[in-house]
Design a protein around this ligand. Sequence first.
Ligand SMILES: C[S@@+](CC[C@H](N)C(=O)[O-])C[C@H]1O[C@@H](n2cnc3c(N)ncnc32)[C@H](O)[C@@H]1O
Length: 784
Amino acid sequence: MAEVAVPSAAPALRRELEFVRSLLKTGCSVDEMVAAANAAARVAARAAAETGREVQKGGTELTVRGLPVGGDWDWRAFKRFLQSRGLSQRTIKFTDKDVELDVGVARFATVADCNLAADLLAACEPPEPGATILVERGLAPEYANRSRKRAREGEEPQPGASGVSKVPRTPDVCAAVCPWWQVPYSKQLTDKHHRIVEALTAITMEVDRRTYGSSKPEWVRAAHARASGAAAGVPGSASSASLCCPLLGILRSPAIERYRNKSEFTVGLDEHEKPLVGFLRGSFQDGITCVGEPEPTRHTSLMAVKLAAAATAYIRDVSQFAPYDKRSQQGYWRLVLVREGRNKSFLPVPVTSTAVEVAAAEGGSPPAQTILDSPTFATLDPLTYLVTFGSRGAGAKPSVAAAETSADVGADEPMAEAGATGSEGEGAGGSSGCQPGMDVSEVCEMEPEHPLPDEVMVMLQVHPEYLPAKTDPNAAARELRGMTAALYAAAAAAGEPLITVRVQLHTGVSNAAPADAPLLALPPAPEPPLLPSDAAEVQPPEPRDVAAAVAAASGPGYIHDSLCELRFRISPTAFFQVNSPATCALYKVVGDWAAAGSSTLLLDICCGTGTIGLTMASRVAKVIGIDSVPSAIEDARVNAALNGITNAEFVAGKAEDALPGILSTHAGPDSPYGPGDVVAVADPPRAGLHRTVLRALLGCERIRRLVFVSCNPDNLVQNIAALCSPPSNRSGRDRGGWGRRGGGGGTDMNGYSGDYSPFRPVKALAVDLFPHTAHVEAVMLLER
Ligand SMILES: C[S@@+](CC[C@H](N)C(=O)[O-])C[C@H]1O[C@@H](n2cnc3c(N)ncnc32)[C@H](O)[C@@H]1O
């Protein structure tokens, strides 16, 4: 056998070669010789590859060549192959393999994991006898291009992109529900931050468009001046110079893997036409009805994955009822909603990539990651999760790049100075001991194992018009109870009991049921036959274990979760933020920016289950929350009582209907709240606030401070521009509905006839509540 020169940079190869040499010397068997020859060939190929190319050190990606082609050999098979070779599910962050290519790529949680994987794979048996696999550090060029394209488009890789022509296929489930799953988290944060930069710039432009002459707000002029300076060569870029206010950075999500506390699974058919409880692999409008396995999606919790698998098994193996088919509007099982809650907040403290790299270089284990132990609302420090751009290392001076995006508009303003933490004087990092903020280059994806949920709720959405269910209520009862028993067993096996199941009856075509769709407790066991002669025709009596499981899982019809030391009851259909750890950080910022005190009336507009208002109740005189969903308001009232809060009132109704009356009662001239004592927090749905609400807020002069939370940067622009534009001297070009035509008094295009002072954007922050998707939350403080 030819001697192979092993480069000094490849100690694993050297060890492997030594092993082969020793094997050859010992007079081993034919099989062992074959294995040795294969290993030697692998070594030779790897050595050749490495001498021709520097080993990329410190990365977390591996390319594996020589994998089987065709059949089922896609990324799932590749992932199974990695797992079967001793690599843990948790450390493998993504795998990608086209069935037509012999190359697979994998990314690992840490450099140490990647090193271990490289060593394990170099020494392992190939997936097929006689095959030779080759392991290389870094991303194969053919995949690097695919990843970039996918990241840009948020789409699944089309095989044609790698040069192999194939018929387009239904998108992968990950591409459908967490399209950024393969994009490094630091890149996700950068893109989301940029999206908010664009929104803040668009606000300046929109208010500029709506105003002219002396009515143009000072902050718009200042933005113009910055932009002109930038255009004239003063360091800075025109687009970021035009931000309407400082953008302090982005709060990363404390947890990025399997972070969702709510999973909505569709019941349908998989690509082989077998029933599956999972995620739709595209939109019904695009003709896609195929459902995919939820397990590969990075954001779905393991408990939810297990419950989906149990529901699938029940429908496939036991149920007599079919999944609902939207096209024919036939079938019974429609949706399985899983919600989870914890007794204590789960708040991991991020470690930096430098710390991980240093530990790996020193051959040690990755740095220990701490979990904040249920911090109080006062001690939780959002700086723990702040990510900024362009200044490597916390406390480092912002680089030129940072100055370009932030200096003129103050985006590098420390968060504490900007009033973000409300805990001035306490060391930055507060209770966590973490450095204040981290540069995006320091973002690391390592995170600790999540604790199991303490409470699990399932809502089964079914189609009551399905003929076999309609004609035989006993059969329907048996199905629902059988399904519940299957789910109960799966939850218990996963470590936590399923405490409550509810059934939603829904006849509409889309799975999105109206808030008032009937929600029922589990039906009682079918009655035994009255006459012995009927006995032959009826099903056998319900097994005892089903009855016991149903009794245990009937529960109260709600669960509880914890945020910032408070407990929240959540009903099946009430809104509750899906990422509890990130929500704690978000609420802390909202609370601090509201700067509410003991004389404050806090308006929580679109309050859901009362979360924002209740987290602030102890420091204000009164909270009034409004939400259009009655069950959410019921939850909010219970949540106040649950936490011993007596100064909160909740109103069920649309904000556009309820807010004007609330303001005239509680914030009118005769109210006990003086100017500035009324603080509003608005957290509207994606469509944004109704213009009646905007008008009411503008018209209430006691409101001087408004914290706006938005999950839709596009609608944020219109809402903020409306709130920050003066009432008169609007440009005649403004067809958007806020300016009066011409100056002076009169009535504007929306019927608002009062004078008011517009708000001014003070500062903004992006918050990542939805890792692996393009969604991002923005928080803005407005003052006047
Ligand atoms: C983004 S959620 C925010 C909920 C809450 N602030 C939280 O953090 O959990 C938006 C809320 O607005 C409610 N909503 C939707 N349209 C509304 C309207 N016209 N008036 C009042 N509330 C509305 C929804 O029911 C939902 O609870």
